[in-house]
Design a protein around this ligand. Sequence first.
Ligand SMILES: C[S@@+](CC[C@H](N)C(=O)[O-])C[C@H]1O[C@@H](n2cnc3c(N)ncnc32)[C@H](O)[C@@H]1O
Ligand code: SF4
Ligand code: SF4
Length: 355
Amino acid sequence: MSKVTELKTDTDFVAGKFPEQISIDLSNKCNLRCRFCHLNFYEPEKWTQLSYDDFLNIAPFLDGVEKISIFSKYEPLTCRDFIPIFNKMCETDIETYFSTNGILLNDEIIDAVVGKLTYLTVSITGFTQESYTTNMGQDRLEKVRENLTKLNAAKKAANTDLPKLRITTVALLDTLDEICMSLDFAAEFEAAEGVRLSYFESHDEAMSKLLPLVSPEAFSKAIDEAAEYAKNIGVKFEPIGGTMDEIEGDVDEELGHRPCGLPWETMSLQPNGDVYPCTAATTTVGNFFENTLEEIWNGEQLAEFRRGVNNPEAMNKDCAECCHCQIRSVLKVESNDWGSNEECFGGSTRIKKQA
Ligand SMILES: C[S@@+](CC[C@H](N)C(=O)[O-])C[C@H]1O[C@@H](n2cnc3c(N)ncnc32)[C@H](O)[C@@H]1O
Ligand code: SF4
Ligand code: SF4
């Protein structure tokens, strides 16, 4: 059987069955402007965040959900009500996870998450003061180190391994020489989940020269060397989606991306209520201030989107240009080079450069 015929179609959907995983952005803001991030190039129509009361309206739906990612595109710790919302999530038996730049990981947040949050990812690109400042836009590496030291002390005091820590770093052509430093950093801060490496996708024409597709050999060599180094020092290392060869080997020629089952398993929520079929899509399938999550999950808009995920003849534009880090090809221009796009996630529009 070919990969495409094994793929999920709309008839695989069981109405009423809950998604296994939800991702939710609690705010669409960030305290940083990393040089590679969409937030550095696009701005939303409106800055917004979810309130605790808004969250209470959708909380009942989480009862049947197994995992929740409390982030997708923005910085979760910029949400004013992060702590009460997180506490409410923890009332159900659910695996929780979020990714942060770690700068706002203060004593109150540490107190709230230790022993309760399942996984915590801290994103760092640049492991010297200079390269951190270049990549992340501010000289804050010391602050992140301080916060992680406090987090580890709090975990020890509470005799817990939660949250399990992971470091994520972005691989651009000019950061490849710091991948091994990310592994040393993970070892120093006892990150049980090690390092995940995300392949750069470009939101700016001037940065597209740093994409993996420009120099696949350089990326493969650096990743192979890092994998060897990780083995030697006993740190987990995972390029997201696999090595370049593994990813390209899995990409279905007809689809142009890896076979994808996400809209049958997940939904992605934004703080203005917009609901997406996955974290990569720019097409909304409803709004949770207008309809319940059950109605959206079982509704026609999501059904229509599902029909265009794995169908080469009538594919959704989002899927044809999929930028999901675990699904996309890293060598396909349309899925990696968004440098000339005027719009980005959530209808955000390109920030006009000063003349
Ligand atoms: C958009 S951030 C949101 C969560 C949080 N602010 C953080 O940085 O972890 C999620 C992840 O995407 C990564 N990322 C951001 N821009 C990227 C890009 N252009 N290419 C690849 N990964 C990127 C970040 O490094 C981070 O690990
Ligand atoms: S910390 Fe995360 S959301 Fe903020 S600018 Fe960097 S990658 Fe983007
Ligand atoms: S955009 Fe990508 S991740 Fe989302 S449903 Fe389509 S193929 Fe899957």
